[in-house]
Structures are given as structure tokens and as C-alpha cells.
Design a protein around this ligand. Structure first.
Ligand code: ADP
Ligand code: ASP
Ligand code: MG
Length: 814
């Protein structure tokens, strides 16, 4: 004999029920018991309907009409017309009874747990009836047996406790005699010894099936649902979750206790004691192997088998000096909770005995607060104990596995993974069986935590980086192209999976939780919503993905001002925008501190020398104890390009224009030509070397005529360059006659910085600097004779984009 249970989604529609029929008809067993849930969503509708009626809200009639429609449509689609009327008549009759119950509740404006069980039972009673009739019409040898006549419970309505002995005896009696090959039984419903309707708790059809399997010593219990087995984590929350092909009863029990809804926790006990295997299968992919749940495999397989979570948890903490060394406080605390039927999901106790902390359901929080405070009223009044602390909207997240006990370091890995993702841990518990480690976290962090843990324990170290990119101009678009090109390499070689989740320019923005297609980003963005930086950040916060990185490819001041908010939400920042690091020293310092506090790197390698590894090198020098004494540098790729191409056969204006067009200058070229850009860069290098400096401390000797400096627009600026061509020609000639070349140089020495145009003689380190190259000379305690030199292309969209890319990979390896 086999017992097959089909859940709500599996029987939600006529089409699905037809699939169920195929599965049942193809089952290889002498006898088959088919346990069914209510049509998907019907239990919730019944509860809602009763709630509305009991609040005397007429809306309950609409819900009732919806319920009627669902069932009638299903009958009409499943049953041939000639057989329909009797079946529709019976369904209608049941719905009329239901209506009478609801009217009663509406009239007195009240409901009771007993009435609720009566009402909610109609879901399974109707579905089992319709399904049996469909099986019969399809020629199967089938009988329907009311679960209430088999399963006997106490009167704990809503989640009744089963009297196994009577239940098993009833089953023996009935199944010993029944002649039909297939028996359909409604799940979830039962009755008390006194004949009252009871139910087995939400998700309880699994339990009905397990009881019937155990009572009949079935060869297998099959749970048919909407996923292909028990996964390493809830597949609806963690996309990368994988199906576990085999798992022990204990592991399955632990996972379901901590929220893996695929199996209702009490289901395992009855079949475990008889050694009946459970197979979880997918109604919508019956060929998938599914999960087999059996006895412990003794050391086979991985240490951590799954991760699950339970939501809607409230933490109750009782603490106070009066608890130390006083026996019986915990006993009283737990007795009080149990007296009122409040079940405790998790317990932790500080070793100092100073406090006890338990996790209960959010629903029970109010009542728990009241009764605990009453029970300890005397101690609270005499200040021995503080009023109980109640923190709601929490969740428990648990790692589960039989072999976890023999492995060290798992909890360390768990907590450091959560910590790195800035998931705050409120309480920790380790099951005495050492089969689970669980932590209480904020409900909002659940998805992030599940995914981060899944990545750490199951994904062969593939780390997902979630990017939010602002600015898709020269640099931004090259960056996206590079990400697209390198995606598979990074995944294979560096185990980094890069996804662009959000994208924005100044006009439009777009989000896609599963990653924006980088082939079509232009069209996707064009069709996006109106850009709104505030909403951009709010969406990122709401998505709350692990390893989130904000990439700023703009030169915008407002964007630069928003970094603090990103960092304090654990979103790393990578930027080529120099404004944040080169404005007020306080802001620079604050951003660095936020980055540390929230474990969110703040990287800006491209602020100096585009893709050249200047800041990273400097960081390593400082970290290893070196000290920077002097910096000499040509830091403007733009100015270098300009002065390398400028001579007496060109005009200064044309060379600058060309530099701008080829992407070698800032969007506003005056920022380069006035020296501001170089000032910012030397300032950043000085700060990164450990010196406190502000932009006003830097001496700048401008080479532009006063008038050009004062222009307000790009057009006016270019016009003034044209007007002052003579001025520039003279500068060139003066240097040329001395055999010198013009270079825009930055210096930092003895805590002071200066920038300006210099005539560089042949033989000097800077003389042969080509194209848009940059060079930096670090004179340090360790590099005394010869400076440490970094040289190479220091401007251009491609190298800047690759510098941003490098920062992202640094974060990936962090
Ligand atoms: P049914 O109606 O068939 O009883 P449920 O909704 O009760 O189905 O249970 C199946 C659901 O359990 C899946 O759709 C999935 O969202 C959820 N689930 C939670 N954790 C897990 C897990 N570890 N593996 C598989 N499914 C899980
Ligand atoms: N229909 C019930 C519920 O939705 C029982 C079940 O489906 O297992 O909770
Ligand atoms: Mg279920």
C-alpha cells in the first residue's frame, strides 16, 4: 500500500486535478490512499470569510460567492455533463450549510475556535468529494472516506492533538475491509471523541497522510507538491537552492520545524517510528526524482543539509539582578507561557543567569507580555526584575544537518557570513542534538541572510555581487560592456557572479531583481521609469540584497553626497567621482568610518590615474608600515594629452576640443584646465597617505587667462580659448626654446601641496610622458634612493571603466 498526498496547488484547478488523476492511475501499488488538501487558497478564503462575518462585515458574502464559483467551475470542468447535476447539487448543499454557519456568526458578531474548525473543514470535504467523483468518472476503482471518521483528536481546536491508538484502530477496521483499490481521504480534518469537528493545524494534510501511512504500514508515503523536493533552502527565496535527493528523518524534521513548509513538522513522527520512507515529489514535474526521506545515512553527505527560517517571531527577554542564583525563575517563566498555550520556538539563556530569552510567535506577543508581567509583578515592583522586553517582527534562521556536530567552525562561518552582510543577530541557539544552529534576526533581513548563507555553504564559493549602476555615459557604458564580456570568465575563474540589478542615468532608471540583460541595457533603460535618486536608494534598501555595490560613474555632486546613506545600509560604494573624497575632510573621514562600521567597502581607485593601481598601492604601503614623505606626479591625463599634442602648428583650442571629444577630459573641461582636477587628485593622495589636508591648503598657480577661468559655460570657455590663442602659443614657445616640455605637475612635501604648469627639461622623469599617461613618484621611508614609480595611461573611458571593475573585484575578494 502507498499513501499519496496532494497539496493545495496540486489540486487548485481542474487542469491540475487531471494531472493528479494521471499520477494516481500510474501508481504501482495494490492499494492507494489519496489524501487531498482543499483547492489551493480555499482554506485562507474560508478563514477570511468567517472573520468578516464575525465582524459583521457584509463582504463575507462576496468571499462566499467566490468560494462557490471556484468549486462549481471545477466540477463543470472535471465532470461530464450527464453526471454533473447530482454532483453540483451535493456541492451546493454543502455550501448552503456553510452559508448557514456564516450567517449565524454574522448575526451574533462572534466566532469561536470550534466554529472556525467547522467552517474551515469544508475546504477538504469539498475537494475530496469532487476529486473522488472525477476519479470515478475516469473509470478508477475509487471510494471516498471521511477523515473525520478515522482521525480522532482532543478538542484543541485549530491544532488538535491526535489520539493515535484510536485512529490506528479505526484505520485498521476500515482499510481492512474496503474493497476499492483507491481510497480518497480529505486531509486536515478530524473529529474529537465527542464528535466535534477538529483540524490538525495549517498544513495538516501532510499529517493526515502520515497517520494513514503509519496505521496501514504503507510501503511509502508520497507528498506531492509544487516543488521537486526538499531544497537546500526555500526555492522561492533562494534562486540557487538545489533539491536534496536524500535526507534523514531528523534533518527533515529540523528543517520543517524551522519553517521548510514543504513538510508539516508533525508529519515525520508517525512514519519515522515505522521506518516508512517519505518521498517528496512535484505534481508539475512527476519525472523529477524528488527527495527521499529515510533513516540517518550515518555520516554520508554534507555537513549542512539545508537552511530554513520561521518568520513572525517575537523575542521575550526577562532580565534583572534578581534572577541571579534564584532558583525557579525559568520554571515560573515557562510555566506561565505554557499555561496559556503559548509555545516556545527557541530558548537561549545567558550563562550569567542574568537573563532568559525565548522566541514565540508574533501572534502570542501581546498576551505573553501581559501574563509574564503579571506573573512577576512582585519582582518587577521591587526592581529585582525588569518588565519583560518584547521585540517583534523577528525571524529565526537555522542551519540544519546531521553531521554538523562533528565539524568545527560552522557557527563561526555562519555568524561571520551574517556579520559581513550586516545582518544583526539578536539571539543564538544551538539545538541540544547539535543538528541545528539557529539565530534570531530582523524579519527584513531574512532574504539577504538566506541567500548569503546559501552562498557560503552550498554554492562552491560562488559569490554574487549585486550592482546598482548610476551614470551610463562614456565610462558607464564601457563599464557595462566590460562586465558583459567578463561575466562568464569571472564566474568560472574567480567564482564571482556579477548582476546589474539597478541602472540609472539622469533621465531614467530601471530595476530587475534577476539582473538586467546587459545586451539590451540601453532599450531596457529607455523604457524604464523616470529617474529619481531618492527612489533609487530606497529601492536598493528595500531589495536588501547581500553584497550590494553602488557604482557611481557620474561627476555629480548630489550623487557624491548620497554615499553616506548607501554605506550605512551596508551597500558598498565604488566611484570614479572625485567629489566626495576631495571635498571637506570631515566627510571623507566619515565615509571611511561608515565603510568600516557597516562592512561595506568604499573604493575610489579611479579618482587618481584612472585604472592605474595608485591608491591600492598606497594603501598597501601604509598598511605595511611605510611612510610617504614626498609625492611628485603628473596626474592629469587630460592636460598631458593637451600639452603633448599642442605645438606651433595646432591651436590650443582645437587640441582641448579634441581631448574632450575623445573622452580625455571631465564633462566640464575647465575642471581639468584650471587645475582643480589635479588639486583634487593630489589632495586624495595626501589624505590616503595619512595627512589631513583640505583643498584650500593646496597652492594653485593657474596657466589659464583670468577671463577663461571666469567663464560659466563650456561654449564660453572654448570661445575664450580661441580668443587667447596667443597666450598659449607664447607659453609653448618659451618652453620650446629652452628644450623643455610643458607638464602639469603636482607636488606634495612636508605636509604641503602645490600644482601648476612646469617646463620640464630633457632627462627628467616626466619629460617622456606620452599621450594621456600619468606618472606618480612616491618617496617613502622604504623607497629612499629611487622613488616607487607608477606610470601608464591615466585617462580614457576604457581604462577608467576597468579601474572601476578592479574595485568591484576587490570587493568580491573581500
Ligand atoms: P502544499 O500546498 O503542496 O502542501 P506547501 O505550500 O505547503 O505546499 O509547501 C510547498 C512550499 O514549501 C514550496 O512551494 C516552497 O515555497 C516552500 N518551502 C519552504 N522551504 C522549502 C524547502 N527547503 N524546500 C522546498 N520547499 C520549501
Ligand atoms: N488546507 C489546509 C491548509 O491550507 C491544510 C493543508 O493544505 O495541508 O492549511
Ligand atoms: Mg503543505
Amino acid at each position: 500500500m502507498k499513501v499519496l498526498k496532494f497539496g493545495g496547488t496540486s489540486v487548485a484547478t481542474a487542469e491540475n486535478i487531471k494531472r493528479v488523476k494521471e499520477i494516481v492511475a500510474n501508481t504501482n501499488a495494490d492499494k492507494t490512499i489519496v489524501v487531498v488538501s482543499a483547492l489551493g487558497g480555499v482554506t485562507d478564503l474560508l478563514l477570511k470569510c468567517l472573520e468578516l462575518a464575525s465582524k459583521q462585515e457584509l463582504g463575507y458574502e462576496d468571499v462566499l460567492a467566490e468560494l462557490e464559483n471556484r468549486h462549481m467551475v471545477t466540477v463543470k470542468e472535471l465532470i461530464p455533463v450527464k453526471n454533473q447535476s447530482a454532483i453540483l447539487g451535493k456541492v451546493k448543499g454543502d455550501l448552503n450549510e456553510l452559508q448557514t454557519l456564516l450567517e449565524g456568526s454574522f448575526l451574533i458578531g462572534e466566532t469561536t475556535p470550534r466554529l472556525s474548525d467547522k467552517v474551515v473543514s469544508y475546504g477538504e470535504l469539498l475537494s475530496s468529494f469532487i476529486i473522488t467523483e472525477h476519479f470515478a468518472c475516469e473509470g478508477l476503482d475509487v471510494a471516498l472516506k471521511d477523515g473525520r471518521e478515522l482521525i480522532i483528536t482532543d478538542e484543541n481546536h485549530g491544532r488538535a492533538n491526535v489520539d493515535a491508538k484510536t485512529t490506528y484502530a479505526n484505520c485498521k477496521d476500515y482499510f481492512g475491509k474496503v474493497s476499492e483499490k483507491i481510497v480518497v481521504v480529505p486531509g486536515f480534518v478530524a473529529s474529537s471523541k465527542n464528535g466535534n469537528h477538529t483540524t490538525l493545524g495549517r498544513g495538516g494534510s501532510d499529517y493526515t497522510a502520515a497517520l494513514l501511512a503509519a496505521a496501514n504500514n504503507a510501503s511509502e508515503l508520497q507528498i506531492w507538491t509544487d516543488v521537486s523536493g526538499m531544497y537546500t533552502a526555500n526555492p522561492k527565496m533562494v534562486k540557487q537552492a538545489k533539491c536534496v535527493s536524500q535526507i534523514s528523518y531528523e534533518e527533515a524534521m529540523e528543517l520543517s520545524h524551522f519553517g521548510a513548509k514543504v513538510l508539516y513538522p508533525p508529519t515525520i513522527q508517525p512514519v519515522l517510528s515505522k521506518g516508512i520512507p517519505i518521498r517528496i515529489k512535484n505534481t508539475f514535474a512527476p519525472e523529477d526524482e524528488g527527495t527521499l526521506i529515510t533513516k540517518n545515512q550515518n555520516g554520508a553527505g554534507k555537513t549542512v543539509r539545508g537552511i530554513s527560517h520561521v518568520g513572525n517571531i517575537t523575542l521575550l527577554s526577562l532580565e534583572g539582578p534578581g534572577m541571579v542564583g534564584v532558583p525557579g525563575i525559568s520554571k515560573r517563566f515557562f510555566e506561565t507561557l505554557s499555561q496559556y498555550g503559548i509555545s516556545v520556538v527557541l530558548i537561549t539563556q545567558a550563562s550569567s543567569e542574568h537573563s532568559i530569552c525565548v522566541g514565540i510567535s508574533d501572534e502570542d506577543a501581546k498576551m505573553a507580555e501581559q501574563i509574564v508581567n503579571e506573573a512577576f509583578a512582585y519582582e518587577i515592583e521591587t526592581k529585582k526584575i525588569k518588565p519583560v522586553k518584547v521585540e517583534s517582527n523577528m525571524a529565526i534562521i537555522a542551519l540544519v544537518g546531521d553531521n554538523m556536530k562533528s565539524h568545527q567552525g560552522l557557527s563561526g562561518k555562519m555568524f561571520s557570513t551574517l556579520g559581513r552582510n550586516n545582518v544583526n543577530i539578536r539571539a543564538i541557539a544551538q539545538g541540544a542534538s547539535e543538528r541545528n544552529i539557529s539565530a534570531v534576526i530582523d524579519e527584513n533581513d531574512v532574504k539577504k541572510a538566506l541567500n548569503a548563507l546559501h552562498e557560503a555553504f552550498f554554492e562552491e564559493n560562488i559569490k554574487q555581487l549585486n550592482l546598482y549602476v548610476m551614470g551610463v555615459g562614456n565610462v558607464g557604458s564601457r563599464f557595462l560592456a566590460q562586465v558583459q564580456q567578463q561575466k562568464s570568465y569571472l564566474k568560472k575563474e574567480l567564482k564571482l557572479n556579477l548582476r546589474v540589478i539597478g541602472l540609472s542615468n539622469s533621465r531614467k532608471m530601471v530595476f530587475d531583481e534577476s539582473g538586467i540583460s546587459l545586451k539590451e541595457w540601453k532599450t531596457v533603460l529607455e523604457n524604464g521609469q523616470q529617474a529619481n535618486p531618492k527612489e533609487f536608494i530606497e529601492t536598493i534598501k528595500k531589495l536588501n540584497f547581500r553584497n550590494s555595490i553602488f557604482v557611481d560613474n557620474t561627476a555629480n555632486e548630489t550623487v557624491a553626497k548620497s554615499y553616506g546613506e548607501y554605506l550605512s545600509n551596508s551597500v558598498s560604494v565604488v566611484t570614479c567621482n572625485k567629489i566626495a573624497c576631495s571635498s571637506d575632510f570631515g566627510l571623507y573621514k566619515e565615509l571611511k568610518e561608515l565603510a568600516k562600521r557597516y562592512n561595506a567597502p568604499f573604493l575610489f581607485e579611479t579618482n587618481v590615474g584612472a585604472g592605474l593601481p595608485i591608491i591600492d598601492t598606497l594603501k598597501h604601503l601604509i598598511a605595511s608600515g611605510d611612510k610617504v614623505n614626498k609625492i611628485q606626479a603628473v596626474l592629469s591625463g587630460s592636460l598631458n594629452f593637451v600639452f603633448n599634442n599642442f605645438n606651433d602648428s595646432t591651436t590650443f583650442h582645437n587640441v582641448v576640443k579634441q581631448a574632450k571629444e575623445e573622452g580625455y577630459t571631465e564633462p566640464d573641461p575647465k575642471i581639468d584646465l584650471s587645475g582643480i582636477d589635479v588639486m583634487r587628485k593630489i589632495l586624495i593622495l595626501a589624505r590616503e597617505s595619512g595627512y589631513q589636508l583640505d583643498i584650500d591648503d593646496i597652492h594653485n598657480d593657474p596657466f589659464l587667462p583670468e577671463e577663461s577661468l571666469k567663464t560659466k559655460t563650456n561654449d564660453a570657455f572654448f570661445e575664450s580659448l580661441q580668443k587667447h590663442e596667443n597666450h598659449f602659443q607664447k607659453m609653448y614657445e618659451k618652453a620650446n626654446t629652452k628644450g623643455c616640455r610643458l607638464k602639469y605637475v603636482a607636488r606634495f612635501e612636508n605636509g604641503k601641496a602645490a600644482v601648476g604648469l612646469q617646463e620640464i627639461p630633457e632627462g627628467h622623469d616626466f619629460y617622456n610622458l606620452e599621450g594621456s599617461d600619468n606618472v606618480v613618484l612616491f618617496h617613502t621611508d622604504r623607497y629612499t634612493e629611487q622613488p616607487l614609480i607608477i606610470k601608464g595611461a591615466g585617462a580614457g573611458a576604457d581604462v577608467t571603466a576597468s579601474g572601476i571593475f578592479a574595485d568591484i573585484i576587490r570587493i568580491g575578494n573581500f
